[in-house]
Design a protein around this ligand. Structure first.
Ligand code: 3HC
Length: 410
């Protein structure tokens, strides 16, 4: 795989345009595909705006910006666009039938050795792979929003995927200065499986009158040191995407804690997807939140719950559960959250707060809700009972790094 290889990106929404920019900036010729001139125009303007911001900050010259834009060719015909590409990344909206039909077209039209990747955030990669005649070359390549900024890329292999394809993709992504993390196909992968339920819990607290929208967001920015609050983040990601991820996680786990809050489904019904439609939890003008008519809820009463402790406690419990389920190592979870979302590394936070304190918080939530999904992880209890809790986390980090270096796929 060389830098002469052409890359096709199908779908020019927020993520597709961001991925197009990443490859064009790295020197690849990119074929950007969508189904109408208007959709292509939208993608073109996202890349022009993003690179324009870099020019105005003095981080890119105008000549370099022009060279990036010149490396992108726009197509409405998918088969034509992919016919000479070595890597095809699909990033259309989350609809399985649509993605399967695109993959059938791509499977027939792309060169036989091309890698066929999907940026889906909620659908099973395996279901997409199963629709084509060569599923061994189908892989998930999950970028984070904004794609030019976040360095993490999850590479998702299925039971079909050829290991050589995964290795090639990992090398290619490292060359783009991204941090690839390889995982098996499971709802939410690493980051969404941890991030989106945290957002879902914040929405639940908001809808149930625990606190105002602003109080929730402020608590997580100021106390947890997250780059943005969970409701503002839902608007950035898109409420439709958050809903799709939660629905898929709920389908797979049947855990009621994952079920989307009614207000989220209503915002999506009302086309209030967040920043991309101008209205979601907040209202936006020119990409910035403004004085708005959003669905402001007044808190009913103080429930005696500290927003920060509650959201962080649940989230860290979920991080520990993920390790306990043998899906990911401590290192990969830390890298995922830090490089995909710019959040502090969760196992460093766990060390700082101490497993004992987190266990106390989670036990409180479980006692209040009685939801099995809020039960403290067995492993969290073990860490809390260790004589030296920090050393126990370090040992867990080392043991899981070792185990996951040779973990089987599936
Ligand atoms: N496109 C390109 N670049 C962008 C951008 C965009 N849409 N938005 C911001 N940037 C760049 C800026 O140009 C700036 O670059 P510089 O450091 O080279 O000057 C840098 O990002 C920081 O931007 P700002 O100074 O304007 O603003 P902030 O410092 O407040 O950062 C943020 C904004 C990058 C959005 C930051 O708040 C952040 O990282 N938030 C968390 C976002 C997150 O969690 N993303 C993952 C969501 S999950 C996901 O995408 C998966 C999906 O499947 C659901």
């Amino acid at each position: 795989m060389t830098e002469n290889m052409k890359v096709a990106v199908i779908g020019q929404g927020t993520m597709g345009a961001g991925i197009t920019e990443v490859f064009a900036k790295a020197g690849f010729e990119v074929h950007a595909v969508d189904n109408s001139e208007a959709a292509l125009e939208r993608g073109r303007s996202i890349v022009a705006k993003s690179t324009g911001r870099a020019v105005s900050k003095g981080k890119m010259s105008e000549e370099d910006q022009q060279a990036v834009l010149d490396r992108i060719t726009y197509f409405t015909d998918t088969a034509q666009a992919v016919s000479d590409c070595g890597l095809i990344i699909e990033a259309v909206f989350e609809n399985l039938e649509l993605k399967q039909s695109i993959f059938k077209t791509v499977d027939e039209a792309a060169p036989a050795d091309a890698i066929l990747a999907t940026n889906t955030s909620s659908l099973a990669i395996t279901a997409i792979a199963a629709a084509v005649s060569s599923p061994e070359r189908v892989v998930g390549v999950h970028f984070f929003n904004p794609a030019p900024v976040q360095t993490l890329v999850e590479v998702i292999r299925t039971v079909f995927t050829d290991d050589a394809i995964v290795a090639k993709l990992v090398e290619l992504l490292k060359g783009l200065r991204k941090s690839p993390v390889v995982v098996n196909d499971r709802a939410g992968f690493i980051v969404n499986c941890l991030l989106v339920p945290y957002i879902g819990s914040a929405i639940y607290l908001y809808e149930n009158g625990f606190a105002t929208r602003e109080e929730i967001d402020k608590a997580m920015v100021e106390q947890a040191k997250y780059p943005m609050g969970p409701l503002a983040l839902a608007d950035l990601i898109g409420n439709d995407v958050c809903l799709a991820v939660l629905e898929k996680m709920y389908d797979e786990t049947k855990d009621r804690v994952q079920a989307p809050a009614p207000i989220l489904t209503r915002l999506v019904m009302a086309n209030m997807m967040g920043m991309k439609t101008g209205r979601g939890f907040y209202t936006y003008e020119g990409g910035k939140p403004t004085e708005d008519r959003g669905p402001i809820r007044r808190p009913l009463q103080s429930r005696g719950v500290e927003i920060h402790d509650r959201l962080v406690g649940e989230y860290l419990n979920n991080c520990v559960k993920m390790v306990q389920s043998n899906y990911a190592s401590v290192d990969n979870i830390d890298t995922g959250m830090a490089e995909g979302c710019r959040m502090p590394k969760p196992f460093e936070v766990l060390k700082e707060l101490t497993p004992k304190r987190v266990l106390e918080i989670v036990e409180g939530i479980y006692a209040e809700t009685g939801e099995p999904g809020h039960r403290p992880a067995h492993l969290l209890r073990q860490l809390a009972e260790a004589d030296d809790q920090a050393a126990a986390i370090d040992e867990l980090r080392a043991a899981t790094a070792e185990a996951h270096s040779s973990n089987p796929r599936g």
